[in-house]
Design a binder for this molecule. Structure first.
Ligand SMILES: NC(=O)c1ccc[n+]([C@@H]2O[C@H](COP(=O)([O-])OP(=O)(O)OC[C@H]3O[C@@H](n4cnc5c(N)ncnc54)[C@H](OP(=O)(O)O)[C@@H]3O)[C@@H](O)[C@H]2O)c1
Length: 251
């Protein structure tokens, strides 16, 4: 069974590992190409956009793909829309792995916003020590609030994304656990966390740490994604693939 996995997430990596060495699956992992040195995974990997819905549909047909797995990040809205449209155009079965979003607990101080740009004014006028984990490509919005000091964690170097701003940059790839996150926040005197509501477990540590330190969190809500068949994790995705393979074999 030829499978195309749209990746760039922990779930995609986990599914690739589950399918590795499985003789019944021929797996290609697709990455957008945002990171210079992606995590090494045991699958054929292609890198770069397809050229919109038409390009993705053409790829599915040209490579005889029998199942498409959208394991992209919940904030990767365009590619998820393209996957749903390509499924309609080609009839190739599509499954999305969608992590449940994080939810606040009693006592949490969460400020929910709809975009990274909307998070900036929520930081207020008093200078603060801000822990920013929104991804390198969305840092520029914080140039509008130079009064704050930022602890920025990204996978790739931030480069000159925040010129003239007080930035302490950390390069690291998750997962991160809650104790390490709390220690990091204490060490840097963080007094507010800004994050996307990415959901899942790999980066939940910062949410738990902010809770334990009683820090406020400015959190970007997940965008609305197309309604497609979905599961919550790679284990369920494997079960879905097994079921499809059985149907195809007429079992
Ligand atoms: N947004 C985030 O916060 C975030 C966080 C962690 C990881 N990621 C990962 O980074 C990638 C890019 O995120 P984004 O928010 O820029 O996506 P996006 O806005 O939904 O996608 C923009 C364009 O990038 C290309 N693309 C995206 N994902 C691709 C993939 N897996 N394989 C091939 N092409 C892909 C597509 O180009 P064409 O139209 O030319 O096909 C798409 O139209 C995603 O794969 C996502 O899983 C994103």
């Amino acid at each position: 069974m030829r499978i195309l996995i749209l990746g760039g997430t922990t779930e995609a990596a986990s599914l690739v590992r589950r399918l590795a060495d499985h003789p019944d699956y021929d797996v290609t992992l697709s990455l957008a190409g945002r990171t210079a040195a992606p995590l090494a995974l045991p699958a054929r990997t292609r890198i770069g956009g397809f050229g919109g819905v038409a390009g993705l549909a053409a790829y599915l047909r040209a490579h005889g793909i029998e199942a498409l797995i959208d394991a992209t990040h919940p904030f990767a809205r365009v590619i998820s829309g393209n996957a749903a449209a390509a499924r309609r155009e080609t009839g190739v079965p599509l499954l999305a792995i969608r992590r449940p979003a994080w939810t606040s607990e009693p006592g949490d101080e969460w400020h929910e916003v709809d975009s990274v740009a909307e998070a900036v004014p929520v930081l207020g006028t008093v200078p603060r020590r801000v822990f920013l984990t929104v991804g390198r490509l969305e840092l520029a919005a914080f140039a509008a609030a130079p009064r704050h000091r930022y602890l920025v964690r990204t996978i790739e170097p931030v480069g000159d994304a925040l010129p003239g701003i007080d930035v302490t940059a950390i390069e690291a790839r998750g997962p991160f656990d809650a104790e390490q996150e709390a220690a990091l926040m204490r060490r840097h005197g963080v007094d507010v966390l800004v994050t996307k509501n990415s959901g899942g477990t790999a980066t939940y540590g910062k949410i738990a740490a902010a809770r334990s330190l009683r820090l406020p969190v400015v959190i970007v809500r997940q965008p609305v994604l197309p309604e497609v068949e979905r599961v919550a994790d790679s284990r369920a995705a494997l079960a879905w693939l097994e079921a499809h393979r059985a149907t195809d074999r007429g079992v």
